[in-house]
Design a protein around this ligand. Sequence first.
Ligand code: PHE
Length: 448
Amino acid sequence: MERGSFGTKIGVILATAGSAVGLGNIWRFPYMTGENGGAAFIFIYLICVFILGIPGMIAEFIIGRHSAANAVRAYKNMGGKCWSYVGLMGAITSMIILGFYAVIAGWCLQYLYAALMGNIGGDVTSVQNYFKEFVSNPIEPIVWTITFILITHFVVTKGVKKGIEKVSNILMPTLFVLLLIIVISSCTLPGAIKGIEFLFYPDFSKVTSKVLLDALGQGFFSLSLGTACLCTYASYFSRQTDLLKSSIQIAGIDTIIAIFAGLMIFPAAFSVGVNPDSGPALIFITLPNVFQQAFGSLPVFAYIIGVLFYALLALAALTSTISMHEIGTAFFFEELHISRKKGAWIETGICICIGILCSLSQGAAKINIFGVDFLSCCDFLTSDILLPLGSFLTCILIGRVVDKHVVKDEFTNWGTVSRSFYAIWLFGIRWVCPICIIFVFLHQLHII
Ligand code: PHE
């Protein structure tokens, strides 16, 4: 049974950054920033990425690279049988995330199609109605969801080097260029400066415990922490990959793209006097209108920006769904001793079922759990419970269970790199990360 591996250093960085960069950056980060008052939230977010994200990412990398196996076997290798359940939890978490993430990615495909056809726009009420009617349709969103999962499936079955790495090497630079075009257009609008100020001049009087903890939660989701996703990708890393340097580069790319997403949305929103605090619907309800008003004097330009924007979202989502799909595919392939193709089909089948339920719960059918629709339930269960729990247990495994020599050898590439940072990182993994995670966890569950 042949395991794949990434072929080049840049391939490692782009594929892993591709997992991190997704709807979390372009959909979730801007609305979180909007809801939490702007620059002060970003400032705290940056601190979280630095003290929590980078050390946590390295811990997952160590488990994956040391074991060179799927997540379940990797956790078992490092800590014994009971730790394999943490890997399994990661694989299940990623299936659930993929299920609902593909629904939102499917909406992006529909909006891309509608933007191409010139069908998005009109006044605020018609944009709102368009969204409501579309998501509560029983067929269309499901077709887009399944299409998105099948595209992901197709890339994953091509293998690690020829599928995941190759597609990431093309998509990531494309995504960056598209983003840059929209950022420049948005920042040169009249009155855009107010949006830029909103992003970069912090008002610390607005910092509440919610802002602090939302920033931490956003950090987990955006860096794909706690799902065994980074661990699975690291199982394809070579012994020469510098884990500290790579994690800094990946977190750096992820953060730059999130800030660029802010620079794309807020200057345009402020320029037309729209308040950017409309929550999760920001990019589907508020933005079509913002683009239309902002670039209204040049309809062709408004059309191009709309198309580019939804293309950008779909591409960013794809590099993330590929990484989520790979966790389950590698697991089924290696543990059930079947072909990679068959493993991928099992993962695809499960995710399509979850996706259909999530999609239907948006209005077409009443699929509620404790009065909350199924999609929101999946989001809550994964982002607020399973991700922090997975990260917490990973920190405990690496910081307190695994032999220190193994950990040190992996961190320093057998004494050749980053030796002086080892002690600081270990302190972070043993103390800072677990304590912060417990704090987020209790807050998310409204215990503190
Ligand atoms: N990090 C991805 C994003 O920002 C989401 C993700 C979560 C991907 C967990 C993989 C695993 O959109």
